[in-house]
Design a protein around this ligand. Structure first.
Ligand code: LLP
Length: 430
């Protein structure tokens, strides 16, 4: 596609760096980010809020790609982040994310994780269920402390996406249900609790969503809820957090709205609805993960063996696979592929790109059109910047890949490749 960078040598480049040089320098599989693409997505999301002149916060959903350098980068760009575990919280703090910009999500935050969040004085906890309110209250009492919270509700909206990544529907494991009155009961508990300062409400309808329709429906539900709660409890939300889920492009078939259009449609819907009820405009928060990180990276692999059975199958195997990208196997996710050393060559064959793992389901791309491949060719799979490294595993005792940030023709290793000894770190033998 035309959005890829081809350099004068005729090779695929990322952030101005030749991918063959990257492969040689760091080895493969290698996840290479173009930092300017991350920055540009951030800029476009922010732009919509700045133009509309509304209070806002863009919170990076760090489950998409969690690494110290990434927290550092998004913090520099003025963003906050969302963490969903003690491990993400630990990494965010080590990466230099200011604690007051961190929000903590999750349907089963452990007492030890909540304690860590309270001790670090993070910005807010997005409370998800009654058990969590109890755990958190015990911690706050013991520490004679208090914290800001945001109430997560399940608004009862089905996003048009894969069912594993759809989260807003009533039978979701996340958040307080609205219709049964749970959300209202939770609000009352929080209002009455002097240790919890309830700042607002949150919902997240799902992930990899291409249109604004579901978000607009969510806004309507959430604002009418705020209206009801204002009438009943004089509750005025400072924050209306509409979650993440903005779709990105993996293949040519994917046509998501651009970030600034998603944001603008949400802003318009919030303003209209808030004005209709005569409420005070809360700060609008969004939590993009995939849409900041996904399209910014490509994974580079080295081509190894082939298996051709005429008229039956053509497999091209690479030196990674489901251990560094589980998404095709888990969600039937589609990707494109190209030869980094010959991105413009005639695409002469349709092949199945497979990994090196001992599973038939270890397929990265089903029907890729490529030039004839040879061992040693560098194969690039674009749009692997989100939920690739973070969902990586050591299956078959394959080390996790290295990750590099590229920008303006320079490259910086931000996660080194795992070694065999790294994998034995926790293995004590007998
Ligand atoms: N906020 C909340 C509360 C979430 O649960 C999520 C994602 C996000 C924000 C960020 O969503 P994004 O903007 O990245 O779509 N592993 C799956 C995606 C799981 C998403 C879970 N929650 C995948 O690889 O497609």
């Amino acid at each position: 596609s035309d959005s890829f960078e081809i350099n004068q040598a005729g090779h695929l480049a990322i952030g101005g760096v030749d991918t063959l040089k990257l492969a040689k320098k760091y080895g493969t599989p290698l996840i290479a980010y173009d930092v300017s693409k991350i920055k540009s997505k951030i800029k476009h999301f922010k732009q919509a809020f700045i133009e509309a002149n509304v209070p806002y916060r863009v919170v990076y959903a760090s489950k998409a790609f969690s690494a110290m350098a990434m927290y550092q980068l998004v913090a520099q760009e003025g963003l906050g982040c969302d963490v969903v575990s003690g491990g993400e919280l630990y990494t965010a703090l080590k990466g230099g994310m200011p604690p007051e910009r961190i929000e903590f999500h999750g349907n089963n935050k452990l007492p030890a994780e909540l304690e860590m969040a309270v001790d670090a004085k993070i910005g807010c906890i997005v409370v998800d269920n009654f058990q969590e309110i109890e755990f958190l209250d015990n911690i706050l009492r013991a520490k004679k402390s208090s914290i800001a919270v945001v109430l997560r509700v399940a608004p009862g909206i089905e996003a048009e996406t894969h069912k594993y990544i759809s989260t807003g529907q009533e039978n979701s494991k996340f958040g307080f249900d609205v219709h049964s009155g749970q959300a209202e009961k939770a609000l009352k508990q929080l209002i009455e609790n002097p240790r919890m300062n309830v700042k607002g409400v949150h919902c997240h309808i799902g992930s990899q969503i291409f249109s604004a329709k579901g978000f607009v429906m969510a806004v309507e539900k959430m604002v009418s809820l705020l209206h009801e709660w204002y009438e009943k409890y004089s509750f005025e939300a400072e924050v209306l957090n509409l979650g993440g889920g903005f779709g990105t492009r993996y293949t040519e078939q994917d046509q998501p709205l651009p970030p600034e259009v998603f944001a603008a449609k949400i802003i318009t819907a919030v303003k209209e609805k808030i004005n209709a009820y005569g409420l005070k405009l809360p700060a609008i928060w969004i939590e993009p993960g995939r849409s900041l990180a996904g399209e910014a990276a490509a994974t580079l692999y080295t081509v190894g063996s082939r298996k051709d059975v005429e008229g039956v199958c053509h497999f091209v195997a690479v030196d990674g696979g489901m251990g560094d990208n589980i998404r095709p196997a888990l969600y039937q996710a589609k990707y494109e592929a190209m030869l980094a050393n010959k991105p413009k060559a005639l695409q002469e064959q349709i092949v199945t790109i497979v990994g090196k793992y001992c599973e038939s389901g270890d397929i990265l791309v089903q029907d890729a059109s490529l030039p004839i491949t040879h061992p040693g060719d560098i194969l690039a799979i674009p749009s692997t910047g989100a939920y690739g490294y973070t969902m990586a595993s050591n299956y078959n005792r394959n080390p996790r890949p290295a990750v590099v940030f590229c920008e303006n023709g320079t490259d910086q290793l931000i996660i080194r490749r795992e070694t065999y000894d790294d994998m034995l770190n926790c293995d004590l033998g007998m």
